[in-house]
Design a protein around this ligand. Structure first.
Ligand code: NAD
Length: 481
């Protein structure tokens, strides 16, 4: 990568590009080179953006909003290679995973464009009751003053899209503070939206270090709603500080893939494919990545070699090489932390079956078997491409107890062909989502998504739910039947 490609970006505030003297460097995890900078913005920048947002009253019709959203999706397609290139550079994931993310983001705009055209009101006849009248009660949904969006590093395009697309569809104005680790894609996205016709007041980007700008993003008086995706500590900080403001907190996970003992060899092969893809996709940096493979004892000896074979086949390395199937995690310190958890699990009795060596942030798909279910490796969120196998009893109740024993409750996957067992897992797992024969991360971008326990406050995302969350219902009635 040549140095001329360094991007020195500004914030996007009220249609202006705003720079500051102090900047935050953005680094390519694979080489640790600086690939760009963004302003070290302050509370004053955020306050200005929120004032602009709260004072702007969008008059865009449903048709106009839908057109903007549709055009934004098309532009993401047209700029796919540019976006993928910068996703690779700022996040370190491989090009293949970056392309995948651009397509997910396109889907978000596709759904939001369609949903913007749907009427979201309800009608109630009033002559239904003992004391009824010849009237009708109607509802309509109205935007709020300003929405604060705080986003994590791991899906720089898709996560921001899940905030802004429903915001546009509902005529809201949003100020987004992307993470300081991967802020460049969010800025590219803002420009795409402006090119698609979005008034700049409806989406502004501020950047800065959490200690300088974080509190303003939670507490500014113009904020009615905070939509946060990130880790548990910051989520709980927001919950403690934001008080009366409406909050969506989409937090961490350590999702299980449960492999049941009713499977044939062909089924186990299928389960192993799901397991390895789910643990290593996006370098294991998905909130819904498979963080624990809970395999029932009586099939474990047949299942583990299949996982090992698939993990060994993954081509990991240079994220920019289009052949690479697994790139880096966000930085070397994160990689080291996760690797150390593997060694700690080994001390507790786990067996490392495959670990071809770490180079800085390049963490390979490490396969670990016999991981004790209480080990930190699988109790905490290990946000990398580790493939930890926990052998669990053949009794489903015991499996559910183990699965439910962590603080998290985001999603889950279960591989069984027995419908009764599938239903008992759907009912028994303390999670926001349960996918039978799929990765925990499987969704479409408009289906409800979000976790419980420490994984979130059960407010769902996904285009449809987010549009409801971003609006106030106004009820009115008219004296006609
Ligand atoms: P993080 O919590 O460290 O940071 C998230 C955002 O919060 C960043 O923008 C960061 O700058 C900001 N932030 C940090 N301190 C702040 C403060 N004091 N005040 C205001 N803002 C502050 O999370 P991360 O490491 O960027 O992202 C990874 C986490 O996100 C993982 O735990 C992952 O599971 C989670 N995640 C959850 C979902 C979901 O939908 N549930 C989706 C993606 C990621």
């Amino acid at each position: 990568m040549s140095k001329t490609e360094i991007r020195n970006e500004g914030m996007r505030i009220g249609g202006e590009i705003v720079f500051t003297d102090a900047v935050i460097e953005v680094k390519y995890p694979y080489t640790d080179e600086v690939i760009g900078t963004v302003p070290a913005g302050t509370a004053e920048h955020a306050a200005r953006a929120f004032e602009i947002a709260a004072n702007y009253k969008s008059k865009l019709s449903r048709y106009e909003r839908s057109q903007i959203l549709q055009r934004a999706g098309e532009l993401i397609g047209e700029r796919r290679e540019y976006l993928a290139k910068w996703l690779v550079l700022e996040l370190g994931i491989c090009h293949q995973h970056a392309i995948y993310e651009t397509k997910r983001a396109q889907d978000v705009y596709l759904f939001a464009a369609a949903q913007a055209l749907q009427d979201d009101g309800q009608i109630f006849s009033c002559d239904l009751t003992h004391n009824g009248k010849e009237r009708k009660i109607y509802t309509k949904r109205e935007p709020v003053r300003a929405i604060s969006a705080i986003t994590p590093f791991n899906h720089p395009l898709n996560m921001v899209s899940h905030k802004i697309a429903p915001s546009i569809a509902t005529n809201n104005c949003m100020v987004c503070k992307p993470t300081e680790l991967t802020p460049l894609t969010a800025i590219a996205l803002a420009d795409i939206l402006y090119d698609a016709g979005l008034p700049p007041e409806m989406f502004q980007i501020v950047t800065g270090l959490p200690q300088d700008i974080g509190e303003e993003m939670m507490m500014n008086d113009n904020i009615d709603i905070i939509t946060f995706t990130g880790g548990v500590p910051v989520g709980k900080l927001i919950a403690s500080k934001a008080g009366y403001k409406r909050q969506a907190l989409e937090l961490g996970g350590n999702d299980p893939l449960i492999v049941c003992n009713d499977l044939t060899d062909a089924d186990l092969e299928k389960a192993a494919t799901i397991a390895v893809a789910g643990a290593t996709g996006n370098s294991g940096q998905r909130c819904t990545a498979i963080k624990r493979i809970l395999v029932q004892e009586s099939v474990a000896d047949r299942f583990v070699p299949l996982v090992l074979e698939k993990a060994k086949a993954i081509k990991f390395g240079d994220p920019q090489d289009p052949e690479t199937q697994l790139g880096c995690v966000i930085h070397a310190q994160a990689a080291e932390l996760f690797e150390n958890r593997v060694y700690q699990a080994e001390k507790e009795g786990a067996k490392i079956l495959y670990h071809p060596g770490r180079q800085g942030a390049l963490l390979p798909p490490i396969v670990v078997d016999h991981v004790p279910h209480g080990s930190e490796l699988v109790m905490e969120e290990t946000f990398g491409p580790i493939i930890p196998i926990v052998r669990v009893p053949d009794n489903d109740d015991a499996v559910m107890e183990i699965s439910n024993s962590t603080d998290f409750g985001l999603s889950s996957g279960v591989c069984t062909n027995d419908l009764n067992r599938a239903i008992s897992y759907i009912n028994g797992l303390d999670v926001g989502t349960c996918n039978i024969w799929e990765q925990p991360g499987y969704r479409i971008e408009t289906s409800p998504f979000g976790g419980i326990k420490d994984s979130g406050n059960a407010v769902k995302e996904g285009v449809t739910e987010a549009m409801k969350f971003f609006t106030n219902v106004k009820t009115y009635s008219l004296p006609w039947p």
